[in-house]
Write a protein that binds this ligand. Structure first.
Ligand code: WT7
Length: 673
């Protein structure tokens, strides 16, 4: 858990920009409060009316939420829009086209290289691609409820493949292209996906990412675990380009097919599989406090409403907007604010394949200028990294089209908030810090930018339908100004419904801490004005550049290395990444603590999880601080990981089985050199 910076000024306030308020969907605090109240007290009308903007093949009979969060009263469950049948792909595409938006630009695809063949797709063109994909999947035998794993770069095929699954009622499981073969294999096996959609590779700045060869390896690993992938669809992203020879991969006859051949001869229209409101739409793996990633399961109608409504109100979406979310579709942000939220609103958006620093550190701003982006959504880690390059790379681009800047992934420090506001936003844009999770599907806390004056570093107030509470250690709800555990009293529409194939783990992971509440895992303060301030994770999850990493996952990767006996991983404050990964490693009896091993251990973690989980620091620990019952005292390890570890008060260490291990850790500190 990262420590909340005590120096934050919780009274500093930035007023709503008046030109934004003038045409915003919600223009005042009073209006926000009234709508919020209606969303909680009369969800039937509030969400029911909003839902009727969509196409329902069979109308719902009840809005909801129908739910039980109290395990003492039976299994945890929740549902919205019972009795209804609809389809996400239909509502994202066909419905907009019927409204006359067929020729409207849906996606501007911006490639890694500035001079590559960028392309733009209208809603009609996206629908055609989705239908071809959907028909091909059907021809492959994929039917409603089947899982399809997607391991693609940020090309238009990625959202198209997701929407194709949605169209035929298949459940997509997107795996971020930065995950390793091991991680991909685990996710394929857990989901039992017979079809995997990937690409030959992609250039990330100047380096190739070997997506197909990693997929080949993952399929082999899956087979060793007793699961056979029957079809690998390969998008020829680099095929026929000057980079073609940078990727090397096998070709398994009978299993592998080029995407062009797979979809090429399929018709560009495809019927819709109408699915029930609570039929699964997708699963997405995320990290928790135990080693195994959790397959977060989202269903159809509630997710549709949650992503639609937050896109419309938090980003104050207007027809003339151009939206640019820099996330990858491999994470929930890309699911909700690239594939679904914007398309449900008929928005025009930018899909960016590359990285912020290629070819130069102003790539984001070049893209904003090129497409006249109005609404830009990124992570604090990116802002902090770009701050390092100074203001000129920003100001040399014309950013006058911007009106709203969003932030997501971790608490945004006030310094970054203010730089974002002043330098990127030219002092005239609103900033929406959005707090939410893979599990919640859409924003929980965020300012409505036309109504709410913002405090830098605060995610402000709950979105419609989100009923939060802050609890003390005993599970008692705190009132007014307070600090404690952030929980939900009821499910907002887009809430996860279960963990794939493991409802019991779902209940234990989220509903066992406080009876009757969903526990977010986050600590939170409420100030005297009612603003919410996230203070970091309260469990063994660390947030590295907005990516959630379970310390237990890194530990199991480390102990899989032959010489390693034990490992304990904690987070530490990192200038750019927010948190860095700090590993204490104990080698087997008799092994020599040789620093030449450190890069190998780092490599081990990259291979088992992915490059984004590479440890920042390895600290040799001949002994770990453990209580007599054998529990590792992480509190102590977190303090020793700090740069000023020598002056840290380690607190009570009298219950340690062997207090001298602490001195040894201080003596061979990697930061001491
Ligand atoms: C965790 C969820 C939500 C999409 C990206 C991450 C942290 C996320 C904020 C924010 C403070 C934040 C929380 C949360 N987090 N956004 N605006 N302010 N903390 O999704 O991987 O599911 O991670 O990220 O700790 O629980 P995720």
């Amino acid at each position: 858990m990262s420590d909340f910076n005590q120096e934050v000024d919780m009274s500093e306030m930035f007023k709503v920009p008046e030109q934004l308020r003038a045409k915003a969907h919600v223009k005042s605090m009073e209006e926000y409060r009234a709508m919020y109240k209606a969303s909680i007290e009369d969800p039937e009308t509030f969400w029911g009316d909003m839902a009727r903007e969509f196409h329902w093949e069979t109308p719902f009979t009840k809005v909801g939420p129908t739910f039980n969060f109290d395990r003492a009263k039976g299994p945890v469950h929740m549902s919205w829009f019972d009795g209804g049948k609809t389809n996400l792909a239909y509502n994202c595409l066909d419905r907009n086209i019927e409204k006359g938006l067929g020729d409207r630009m849906a996606i501007h695809y911006e490639c890694n290289d500035m001079d590559d063949q960028h392309a733009s797709f209208t809603y009609t063109q996206v629908l055609e691609l989705v239908c071809k994909f959907a028909n091909a999947l059907k021809a492959e035998g994929v039917t409603k409820g089947d899982r399809v794993s997607i391991y693609l770069p940020m090309t238009v095929e990625l959202p198209a493949a997701m929407l194709a699954c949605a169209r035929i009622g298949a459940v997509h499981s997107v795996v971020f292209g930065g995950f390793s073969a091991d991680a991909l294999a685990g996710r394929i096996v857990d989901a039992q996906s017979k079809v995997v959609i990937t690409a030959d590779g992609v250039m990330r700045a100047t380096k190739p990412v070997q997506l197909k060869s990693i997929t080949d390896k993952a399929c082999e690993l899956a087979e060793l675990q007793g699961f056979k992938v029957e079809r690998v669809v390969c998008v020829g992203r680099l095929k026929g380009t000057p980079y073609a020879d940078q990727v090397k991969h096998d070709w398994v006859e009978g299993r592998d097919v080029w995407c062009n051949d797979f979809i090429g001869s399929q018709p560009a229209t495809c019927g819709v599989e109408w699915v029930a409101s609570e039929d699964p739409l997708f699963m997405l793996y995320t990290s928790g406090s135990t080693g195994r990633p959790k397959g977060v399961l989202h269903t159809t109608a509630g997710y549709m409403l949650g992503t639609f409504a937050t896109m419309k109100y938090v980003f104050d979406y207007q027809m003339e907007d151009t939206f640019f979310c820099t996330a990858d579709c491999g994470w929930i942000t890309g699911h909700s604010y690239i594939t679904y939220g914007p398309m449900l609103n008929g928005a025009t958006q930018v899909l960016f394949e590359g990285v912020p620093t290629h070819p130069e550190v102003d790539r984001f701003w070049k893209i904003c200028a090129k497409y006249k982006v109005t609404t830009f959504y990124t992570a604090p880690t990116a802002i902090r990294a770009l701050m390092k390059s100074g203001e000129e790379p920003v100001t040399r681009n014309d950013l006058s089209s911007l009106r709203l800047l969003g932030s997501v992934g971790e608490p945004i420090n006030p310094e970054a908030w203010k730089w974002y506001h002043r330098v990127v936003g030219g002092g005239r844009c609103a900033i929406a810090d959005t707090y939410w999770q893979t599990e919640t599907g859409s924003h929980l806390l965020a300012p409505l930018v036309g109504a709410v004056d913002c405090k830098p570093g605060s995610a402000c107030f709950p979105f419609f339908g989100v009923e939060v509470a802050i609890l003390d250690d005993k599970g008692v709800e705190l009132e007014g100004e307070c600090s404690g555990s952030l929980v939900l009293r009821r499910p907002p529409p887009s809430m996860m419904r279960s963990l794939y194939g493991d409802h019991q783990r779902f209940e234990e992971a989220y509903f066992s801490q406080f009876n009757g509440y969903y526990f977010t895992g986050d600590g939170c303060k409420r100030d005297k004005d009612g603003y919410y301030w996230l203070t970091g994770r309260m469990d063994d999850v660390i947030n590295v550049s907005g990516h959630r990493i379970g310390t237990a996952e890194v530990e199991s990767a480390l102990v899989a290395f032959p010489n390693v006996a034990e490992a304990a991983v904690v987070g530490f404050p990192h200038d750019i990444k927010g948190e860095g990964i700090y590993c204490y490693v104990t080698l087997n009896e008799g092994e020599e603590y040789d620093d030449a091993l450190k890069p190998k251990l780092k490599q081990q973690v990259r291979e088992m999880i992915g490059a984004f989980a590479t440890p920042d620091e390895i600290h040799w620990a001949p002994g770990l601080p453990k209580t007599r019952s054998g529990k590792i005292m992480r509190r102590v390890l977190r303090k020793i990981a700090l740069p000023d570890y020598l002056t840290q008060d380690l607190g009570d260490t009298s219950t340690l089985a062997d207090p001298s291990v602490v001195d040894v850790l201080k003596a061979n500190h990697p930061r001491a050199a």
